[in-house]
Design a protein. Structure first.
Length: 256
């Protein structure tokens, strides 16, 4: 199973020198990340992007050595936002997914994202940061459990930098958990029925009880008692007995 992680950063200096840092540009090669980068650094970066034929269209990615761009990090990954006027939340999710796939393809385990800030309203900044981050985690996903020759990295971490990350953290963490939930569902979807039969499925989802989910498992005797004869009839076509999982979510106190 792909292991995904989130790490908030409040200081730019916390990004290590060997980091792979994501910077965002529109189709006019205007930078739309945080304001902490100096003007001459951005000018040097743009001068490198032009001969690299980077146009800033949505999802376009260009990798440059940080030293050449006179930036203190090993690798700069420039990602295109496309036309800023049409860049909505759906495209933010799409962009994040393409960046995540790039990291998965090149086996880069740790990403440092400088989220959109310039020309975005504060509410848009956070919403887009959530979408791009969520897309990144989903793009990193890969089902490897049944592969006989699996030498790929399956652990990916996204570190998100923002000077006021503490006010963003709840929303970003929510997006992170949404991505984890979708990846968990994908794992279940990919497993064949000879491995994920009803009893095994119930064992898998029982892990969710640690998150505050109440799960009741009805076996064939309880199903008969509840007069669920249609479900029992379908179950007779298999050597595995049927099960019904009933899940209850009443919310959870995030402070505990």
């Amino acid at each position: 199973m792909t292991s995904l992680h989130y790490r908030p950063l409040q200081q730019l200096q916390d990004i290590p020198s060997d980091g792979h840092v994501i910077l965002l540009f529109d189709d006019s090669l205007r930078y739309h990340g945080i304001n902490d980068l100096e003007g001459d650094q951005l000018e040097n970066l743009v001068e490198l992007l032009r001969p690299a034929l980077f146009s800033g269209k949505l999802g376009e990615i260009c990798t440059l050595p940080g030293q050449a761009a006179k930036l203190p990090w090993q690798t700069i990954i420039c990602a295109g936002l496309g036309n800023l006027e049409s860049f909505d939340l759906c495209k933010g999710l799409q962009l994040g997914g393409l960046i995540g796939k790039h990291y998965r393809k090149h086996q880069i385990s740790h990403a440092y994202l400088l989220p959109p800030e310039k020309t975005f309203h504060p509410e848009q900044q956070l919403a887009q940061a959530c979408q791009i981050s969520k897309g990144f985690w989903l793009g990193c996903y890969d089902f490897t459990e049944l592969k006989t020759k699996n030498t790929k990295n399956t652990t990916y971490t996204l570190s998100l930098y923002h000077p006021d990350i503490t006010t963003w953290n709840t929303a970003i963490t929510t997006s992170y958990h949404e991505a984890l939930g979708q990846c968990f569902a994908k794992d279940l979807m990919h497993l064949p029925p000879n491995i994920l039969y009803p009893e095994a499925f119930c064992e898998k989802i029982s892990e969710l009880s640690d998150l505050g989910l109440e799960i009741d498992i009805l076996d064939e005797h309880e199903l008969e008692h509840q007069r669920m004869f249609a479900l029992l009839a379908v179950g007779q076509g298999s050597s595995r007995p049927p099960r019904l999982a009933v899940m209850h979510w009443a919310g959870k106190n995030l402070d505990t």
